[in-house]
Design a protein around this ligand. Structure first.
Ligand SMILES: [Zn+2]
Length: 395
């Protein structure tokens, strides 16, 4: 995926210089001058603007022989915080991160059933308020909100979701605006798998992320760009029809979807039918680790079914890596044993020769971290920082 320090338009604005500093761990003023071609005084005035915003800090290097070494500039990730809300079917996860996307605190809301927005969102906002108490005075740069299913990013709501009942068309930004500290803060929405792809796909141009939790979804990065599709509905892997699910009802209202045999909810349902007391996929993963043969078989089979539909996507897109994310990461080895079997068995040799299948680097936190990173990519972009500087100048 594109590097963090994407520059706006080559004008070498304050935002461009910031992008350069954010991209490198440490950089000197002279190096900024070399890269941008800006004069010493032009570099100095841009650094002064960034220092005034608190986004950049400057420190002395250890003295060496032969004169005073130049100072080092670096991005100050402690200059503010970001809030992230990852709404799921069985769990909603809230986090506070710094400006590098490092999680500072995290809390979960466990749900027995998927709640409507009027039941869930006020609780989310109340808990964020409590989490914010640990960061008095910190500038909140934004809120990242991810939801399962298709999202209308402009309006800030779920759209045509067969899964999140009661959420379609309900604008979610007003809930956050209830908190005075969040009243003027940008709230950025996306689909949950896209949020995961933003963070787990970093460093690669062609990535396929599979989110295997209660439902199944995917995030696609092709040629360095997150692919949303013509109707923002790309990646609905879980509702691909497969023979093994023929005739079985899916929670989307249709029948025959891969989710109906491989989604976390289907595994939970099947075990409950056998009289087992499991509430969600995390419970299934737990008993699998405890040696439960039936749970282990179901997880491996789930991997097989997912690998089968994934093979077509791998043939089409030829990703460099497939990242497995979601609660299934808890049983990654069992799941991926099944997934590899059908993926490599059904995809072409060319597409799989150098393909890597890996677990999400951030584990079950990848959606939460991704929510924060999608905010940071927007609010700390060169253009956004230029706007901040312009605003500070007017104030
Ligand atoms: Zn379905």
């Amino acid at each position: 995926m594109a590097s963090v320090g994407e520059r706006s338009d080559g004008r070498n604005s304050v935002g461009d210089v910031f992008a350069l500093i954010r991209d490198r761990r440490d950089i000197t003023r002279a190096e900024i001058g070399q890269v941008t071609g800006l004069s010493r005084s032009a570099v100095a005035s841009r650094i002064a603007s960034l220092s005034a915003l608190g986004l950049v800090r400057e420190r002395e290097q250890a003295p060496s022989t032969g004169g005073r070494p130049p100072t080092l500039l670096s991005f100050d990730a402690d200059a503010g915080i970001v809030l992230s809300v990852a709404v799921g079917i069985s769990r909603t996860r809230l986090a506070v991160t710094d400006l590098a996307g490092e999680v500072l605190s995290i809390t979960d809301i466990d749900q027995e059933v998927a709640l409507g927005p009027d039941d869930l969102m006020p609780d989310v906002v109340k808990r964020l308020d409590v989490m914010l108490e640990d960061h008095p005075g910190a500038t909140v740069y934004g809120v990242g909100l991810s939801l399962p299913g298709t999202v209308d990013r402009a309006r800030g709501c779920s759209r045509d979701s067969p899964i999140l009942r009661g959420w379609d068309g309900v604008e979610l930004r007003p809930y956050f605006a209830e908190l005075p500290r969040l009243a003027d803060v940008p709230v950025i929405l996306d689909n949950d798998s896209n949020a995961i792809a933003v963070v787990e796909g970093r460093g690669h141009d062609d990535v396929l992320v599979v989110k295997a939790s209660s439902g199944l979804g995917s995030g696609i990065v092709a040629g360095g760009v997150l692919q949303r599709g013509a109707a923002q509905a790309a990646g609905e892997l879980g509702h691909t029809k497969i023979a093994a699910a023929h005739g079985l009802p899916c929670r989307c209202g249709d029948t025959g979807c891969v989710e109906a045999v491989a989604g976390g909810w289907a595994l939970v349902h099947a075990l409950q039918q056998q009289g087992r007391s499991v509430r969600n996929l995390r419970d299934v993963v737990e008993i699998a680790h405890g040696g439960d043969a039936e749970a282990r078989r179901m997880i491996r089979d789930s991997g097989r079914y997912v690998g089968e539909v994934l093979a077509a996507a791998v043939n089409l897109l030829n990703p460099a890596i497939v990242v497995v994310a979601g609660d299934m990461v808890g049983a990654y080895e069992i799941f991926v044993a099944g997934l590899r079997e059908t993926l490599y068995g059904n995809a072409t040799a060319q597409a799989t020769r150098t393909l890597e299948v890996v677990p999400a680097a951030h584990g079950s936190r990848s959606g939460t971290v991704g929510g924060a990173v999608m905010v940071l990519d927007e609010v700390l972009s060169a253009r956004a920082v230029d706007a901040l500087v312009a605003g500070a100048g007017r104030a």
